[in-house]
Ligand binder design. Structure first.
Ligand SMILES: Cc1cc2nc3c(=O)[nH]c(=O)nc-3n(C[C@H](O)[C@H](O)[C@H](O)COP(=O)(O)OP(=O)(O)OC[C@H]3O[C@@H](n4cnc5c(N)ncnc54)[C@H](O)[C@@H]3O)c2cc1C
Length: 380
């Protein structure tokens, strides 16, 4: 198999690099880390204006399928705030696959222009891995649905225009079958957002729903079909839109710092750096495969799980190595004098464990691989 990029894709990549260079300034990266909101309106607007988001919507078929991977890989390698647009494009992919024509016309333009972020509300305080057991209720009242309950870990809710919300609509059906997904504006009356600060810097939220009223136009993918909509989101979330080369900016910062400290002649440092670079290359190839499947209209459920497990564990291992190699300087944070890798060594050591949790934990993804690929018995 030939993984090299065509001339056109190399040009596309160069344009993204130019945009990143222009818009992802030190101030933008600083703002991302101080605010905890991993999105940049300047970068999003520029990528939207070039039509790059529209070209990258999974399954829409506007661009070469490889562009989805190139776009997010470039943003990730640059350390740019890309989580916001990644989630928005995942949801655009779900709207494209399962939404009505009216929903596509109403929702897609705001996402592909780069203007609208989307929050995902499916986990609850007691139901993350076991998301099929969620309790938030949606009850039909005349022409409307009335939603009550609460969600946990609703990342981006503080900046989002749209929310996808998993609810229970039928108590009599088996738990996977009585669920419905809604896609509604975040400013719908009755929604409250409270910030939750995480170890990994990114701010997420607890969200509360108090008699929130929406019409049938908000149902995404059909009533009592929420499980299918949910698995479509997850197929795009795991190992498709970045999240797999997170150690690349760390390695760049660590390498420069180690060179300035005269550490690059150490056998241990050289060996660990070489192993880290190999791991990142393998993670990039795995992502290339799952992103290609998603962009071509497929569902990389299994391939995404494989990518996410490998990449998240490699990132955590590499961050730990960098912190060990840096010694006390690896405990100093951004803007502290003497901080290894300008503070990225300390930041990535905190951020990398979090990546093994969201989008489904490593254990859940291992179960997925064991059951769907190796044919082992179901664990739940
Ligand atoms: C920073 C961050 C951002 C997030 N963003 C979002 C978001 O935007 N939207 C959203 O809906 N959710 C989001 N999540 C939630 C995330 O998907 C859940 O945290 C995750 O699915 C784990 O669920 P839990 O926290 O309830 O842990 P639990 O499910 O309680 O798991 C606890 C431990 O038990 C293990 N475990 C559980 N079940 C099994 C099993 N069957 N087999 C083996 N091991 C098992 C897990 O692997 C884990 O180690 C986010 C989480 C974090 C940390």
């Amino acid at each position: 198999m030939d993984f090299s990029l065509s001339e056109e894709t190399l040009e596309f990549r160069q344009t993204i690099r130019d945009i990143v260079k222009r818009t992802v300034t030190t101030d933008v990266i600083d703002r991302m880390h101080t605010s905890g909101t991993f999105a940049s309106p300047e970068l999003n607007a520029e990528l939207g204006r070039h039509g790059f988001f529209e070209r990258a919507v999974p399954g829409l078929g506007k661009g070469d399928p490889i562009e989805l991977w190139v776009l997010f890989n470039e943003l990730e390698k640059a350390g740019a705030p890309y989580d916001g647009p990644a989630v928005a494009l995942m949801i655009a992919g779900v709207v494209n696959a399962l939404g009505t024509d009216e929903q596509k016309a109403r929702i897609m333009p705001s996402i592909i222009s780069g203007e609208a972020m989307v929050a995902m509300g499916y986990s609850e305080a007691d139901y993350g891995s076991d998301v099929a057991s969620i309790k938030t209720r949606a009850v039909k009242d005349g022409d409307e649905w009335v939603i009550n309950g609460s969600k946990m870990w609703t990342t981006m809710a503080q900046a989002a225009k749209w929310l996808i919300l998993l609810t229970r609509t039928d108590l009599d059906l088996p738990k996977h079958k009585g669920l419905t997904m809604f896609l509604l504006p975040m400013d719908t009356p009755g929604i409250t957002v409270e910030p939750v600060h995480t170890l990994g810097t990114e701010v997420t939220n607890a969200t509360y729903f108090d008699d929130v009223r929406v019409g049938d136009e908000a149902v995404l993918g059909g009533v009592n079909n929420g499980w299918r909509t949910m698995t479509t989101v997850l197929a795009f979330e795991r190992g498709v839109m970045g999240g797999s080369n997170a150690a690349v900016p760390l390695l760049r910062h660590f390498h420069d710092w180690a060179a300035s400290m005269g550490l690059l002649n150490s056998d241990v440092v050289r060996e660990r750096l070489a192993r880290s670079v190999i791991d990142m290359q393998v993670a990039a190839l795995l992502t290339q495969r799952s992103a290609w499947i998603a962009a071509s209209g497929g569902m990389p459920g299994l391939e995404g799980s494989m990518t996410k497990v490998f990449a998240a564990e490699a990132y955590q291992r590499i961050s730990k190595w960098c912190q060990q190699m840096a010694g006390p300087a690896g405990l100093l944070q951004f803007h502290e004098e003497g901080a290894a890798g300008e503070g990225f060594v300390e930041y990535d050591a905190r951020h990398s464990p979090v990546v093994t949790i969201y989008g489904g934990t490593t254990e859940i993804n291992r179960n997925n691989i064991a059951e769907r690929h190796l044919g082992l018995p179901k664990s739940r």
